[in-house]
Design a protein around this ligand. Structure first.
Ligand SMILES: Cc1ncc(COP(=O)(O)O)c(C=O)c1O
Length: 394
């Protein structure tokens, strides 16, 4: 039985692309709801009418709202937040600022996002540090006992993805946080797929850093992202790159890094996106993140159950806790072919393959899978139609 969700009709009427489209690509880029899209466009119109700097001054409160909104979403202080252009750069700003030397160890997850793995390998090559991939347990989530055993005096960072890009797994991030804290090792969380689809409480998780993006489950604009850095870490960290927003040039030979996590920001930013992302976070909070998670779980489990009943279809989501991302492959047709067929029926899904999920897919012998990622504005009727179409394609 479906759980009640507050006013699904309003959630759908706020989403202007519906009902012509079935959007199961929320893990790629979700649909902006009307209040977010309107905020974005009205900001851009003001820039056209009044000028960019002038609009930033007039609409300063809306820009500032970014920090207030995320502090509520993530349970942190406003000065622990930075606005960055995407999740990857937010994550990079931390990872490339952590000093590493030969023999140091970075512990990561099998579910790790491809861009993060590339960065680990690059810094390992540059510094002689070692990348250690913590194995999964039988359910497919990071094995926390193995993590505990792998930590040693040379471990400089625990860096994991909360939810992978190509699967419904949710890693046990709170337990990882407990282990990191006990060992005194900094903890970097890639929360790109989790923010907006389930609670990300940085205090409860106990991470020192978390990165996120605007366009996915938060339903914000593309080209926007967020970085959380705990106050303690901010005070002791100098960003790998600085500009005159992040630091003040106080003499011809001296600069002073500014206080707070804004030291990780750029001077030039996508201002309209910042204002609109604040609105997107407020919008998500207005539904309630727990309610969103509950509905998403119901929809995703419904889809998994129906997919599993189709001969030749294998659902590939791992973990003891699963999220709104549903992945599968079919014996009869490739994921790319299926995406094309769905697209012709105005059903958006994506294909996960290649770099994004390489560690996990190589281990499991997977090549490419269909990723059908639901969000709370989707319905059981849409899922039924999707399943009916899939049966026809096969
Ligand atoms: C787990 C994970 N981390 C990071 C990213 C990168 O996000 P962005 O494209 O905003 O940099 C993605 C994007 O798909 C992702 O799924």
């Amino acid at each position: 039985m479906s759980e009640p969700f507050p006013d699904i009709d309003r959630a759908r009427s706020d989403t202007r692309a519906l009902p012509q489209l079935i959007h199961f690509n929320n893990a790629g880029s979700s649909l902006m709801p009307a209040p977010v899209s309107d905020a974005l466009h009205s900001y851009l119109h003001d820039e056209e009418k009044y000028g960019g700097y002038e609009t930033a001054a007039i609409r300063a409160a809306e820009l500032d709202n970014f920090y207030a909104s995320f502090s509520r979403l993530l349970n942190c202080q406003t000065n622990e937040l930075a606005y960055i252009e995407n999740a990857t750069r937010a994550w990079d700003m931390i990872f490339y600022s952590i000093p590493l030397q030969a023999g140091d160890r970075i512990l990561t997850s099998v579910a790790e996002y491809g861009s993060n793995v590339i960065a680990y390998l690059q810094r390992a090559k540059q510094t002689g540090a070692e990348l250690v991939v913590v194995p999964n347990d039988d359910s497919g989530q990071l094995d926390t006992r193995a993590l505990e055993q792998l930590i040693d005096a040379k471990t400089r960072l625990i860096s994991v993805s909360h939810i992978p890009t190509g699967g419904g797994l949710v890693n046990p991030v709170v337990e990882i946080g407990r282990i990191a804290k006990a060992a005194g090792v900094p903890y970097l969380l890639d929360a790109c797929q989790s923010m907006g689809q389930l609670p990300v409480d940085v205090k409860e998780i106990g991470c020192d850093f978390a990165s996120g993006t605007g366009r996915k489950y938060l339903r914000g604009p593309r080209g926007t992202g967020v970085l959380y850095v705990s106050q303690t870490m901010t005070e002791s960290m100098e960003p790998a790159m600085l500009d005159q927003h992040a630091a003040d040039l106080i003499s011809p030979t001296q600069y002073q890094v500014i206080d707070g996590a804004k030291r990780f920001e750029n001077w030039e930013q996508f201002f309209a996106g910042k204002a609109a992302l604040g609105v997107a976070v407020d919008y998500a909070l207005s539904w309630g993140i727990n309610d969103i998670q509950q509905r998403n779980t119901m929809l995703a489990e419904n889809m998994r159950a129906q997919l599993s009943a189709i001969p030749g279809v294998t659902v590939t989501d791992e973990g003891s806790t699963r999220c709104a991302i549903v992945t599968f492959f079919c014996k009869q047709k490739s994921a790319t072919e299926l995406q094309r067929l769905f697209s012709a029926e105005s059903i958006n899904v994506s294909v996960s393959s290649g770099s994004g999920t390489l560690l996990s897919f190589r281990q499991r012998g997977l090549d490419e899978v269909v990723r059908a990622s639901v969000h709370y504005f989707n319905t059981e009727t849409e899922i039924d139609l999707f399943i009916e179409k899939l049966r026809q394609f096969l």
